[in-house]
Design a protein around this ligand. Structure first.
Ligand SMILES: [Zn+2]
Ligand SMILES: [Zn+2]
Ligand SMILES: [Zn+2]
Ligand SMILES: [Zn+2]
Ligand SMILES: [Zn+2]
Ligand SMILES: [Zn+2]
Length: 485
């Protein structure tokens, strides 16, 4: 295993440069020959020392708080995963050595699980696949990449006890995953499949439900590498907020292990909680909250969720048949709240709203599966009779119609502006919608009378974190070519 910076035994004192063995106990990054030089250096070092701390409260459990003021685009911290592997529900093959996706025919010489090639370095790297290879070989399981991550966690219990302890500290929400739940059914299927392996140790079968819970609740989908999921000691403690103050990027090290960077998207004051979003920012409050409840087992009460207009974005707002007003929930945090019009006594029950939006959602999905300009134009017209023009469904159709509309068509300009205004409200720093912003800006740049170069530069800015090999990265190259053409 390679030594990380944190494990170096000695360094040079930050003040006098002498060999030093004492280090800052908070960030572990700075060495000092003694207390005196540490105290002397503190006024300088405090701005570079660890930027967050882990706090605990009965309501939130363990969570992260800024230890000092943070600037936009500042990397708050960066860490290697406790464990990573293919995402569950994956049908493709993943190399067990490097995590890359592919239709591989090669196999690991040790255990016969899929590999990109016989000589992939990760196969013999103790920290990646080496530690589990013999165990997989002995269990003689038919390789199933979607269950490798759970398997990997269980192997860690004996082979990497320190990492195993870090993993077991994370929440699993086992209490919500009992008999009758979908999670329980899936865990039972995993037990069936893993039986030959679980028989090695009677404890393993009992631990598997908890491990599956930890993966579902904490696993972050990485990109790059695409198709993998990783669990981190600190990043997994980020709270959810529908308007998060950080963005996450992934950066594979030389061995392909995906380090995570947690980056501030705006000014963050000392003492503020650090947050990310575990759901889609273009979904309406009802959809976001239902998704969070069913996958992460909590109900969000953030500023956006508590606002009937969703921060004035109206992503969930309906149009009233009276023709004058819009219909919003009276108590947005109560799932069974009535919805009412501000201009007339009109009232809809929560059930009626759900039925209407779900039915329209199905129509949107059907239209999106074979995108045709006429069908979509027609559907958008009908949606706008029943929904606010900035409703989630109108945005979905509108966004995919952008490229079909002629720049001279005034509808194109109107759509671009409406989309951009909504993005500014639900994701003002482009933490999640970078690609959406860029597409709308690039299309707007084709419309007559626009400052093309300025719009394209903005698009490039929103795409600055897009990883190589993704469509967002390609889009940035296209925008760069356009702006310098
Ligand atoms: Zn010194
Ligand atoms: Zn420090
Ligand atoms: Zn490989
Ligand atoms: Zn192997
Ligand atoms: Zn929320
Ligand atoms: Zn009305």
């Amino acid at each position: 295993m390679s030594t990380t910076y944190d494990e170096l035994p000695e360094g040079a004192c930050a003040v006098c440069d002498m060999t030093a063995f004492m280090r800052c106990s908070s960030c572990h990054r700075e060495f000092y020959c003694g207390k005196e030089h540490q105290r002397e250096d503190w006024p300088r070092h405090k701005d570079h020392c660890k930027a967050y701390e882990v706090l605990e409260s009965p309501e939130l459990g363990r969570h992260l708080v800024a230890r000092r003021d943070l600037k936009p685009d500042e990397i708050i911290f960066s860490e290697a995963p406790i464990v990573w592997g293919p995402t569950a529900h994956l049908n493709d093959r993943v190399c067990v050595g490097c995590g890359k996706l592919g239709a591989y025919v090669a196999r690991c010489p040790g255990c016969a699980w899929p590999a990109c090639r016989h000589a992939c370095d990760g196969l013999v790297d103790e920290a990646i696949h080496g530690f589990e290879c013999k165990v997989l070989a002995a269990a003689k399981l038919l390789p199933r990449c979607d269950l490798l991550l759970a398997l990997r966690c269980l192997v860690m219990r004996n082979k990497q006890p320190k990492r195993w302890r870090q993993l077991m500290k994370l929440s699993s929400h086992l209490e919500s995953r009992g008999p009758g739940s979908e999670a329980h059914e899936e865990t039972q299927k995993a037990i069936e499949y893993l039986r030959p392996f679980l028989q090695i140790d009677s404890e393993l079968e009992k631990l598997l439900p908890q491990v599956c819970g930890i993966i579902d609740v904490n696993g972050l989908e990485t990109n790059p590498p695409d198709g993998s999921m990783a669990i981190y000691e600190a990043a997994c403690l980020l709270e959810h907020d529908c308007l998060p103050n950080t963005r996450l990027t992934f950066d594979p090290d030389t061995r392909g292990v995906p380090r995570i960077n947690v980056i501030a998207v705006r000014d963050i004051k000392k003492g503020e909680h650090l947050s990310t979003s575990y759901t889609h920012v273009l979904w309406s409050t009802r959809m976001r909250r239902e998704h969070l409840l069913s996958t992460k087992y909590f109900t969000c009460k953030c500023k956006r969720c508590a606002d009937p207009t969703e921060l004035d974005s109206h992503v969930g707002t309906l149009k009233c048949p009276c023709g004058k007003g819009y219909v919003t929930p009276d108590h947005p945090l109560k799932p069974d709240s009535d919805w009412s019009c501000k201009e007339c006594p009109g009232l809809l029950s929560a059930g009626e709203v759900a039925q209407l939006t779900d039915r329209l959602g199905e129509e949107v999905e059907a239209a999106m599966s074979v995108p045709q300009k006429d069908i979509m134009t027609d559907l958008l017209m009908r949606l706008m009779v029943l929904l606010h023009p900035c409703h989630q469904h109108c945005l979905t159709i509108g966004h995919s119609m952008l490229q079909m509309l002629d720049p001279a068509d005034p509808k194109k300009l109107e759509l671009c502006e409406r989309l951009l205004q909504t993005f500014d409200k639900v994701d003002p720093h482009g933490a999640r919608l970078g690609v959406y912003y860029a597409i709308a800006l690039r299309e707007l740049a084709t419309c007559p009378g626009q400052d093309k170069s300025q719009l394209l530069r903005r698009a490039i800015h929103y795409l600055r974190y897009e990883p190589k090999g993704t469509s967002g990265y390609v889009l940035r190259e296209v925008c760069e070519a356009d702006v310098f053409a």
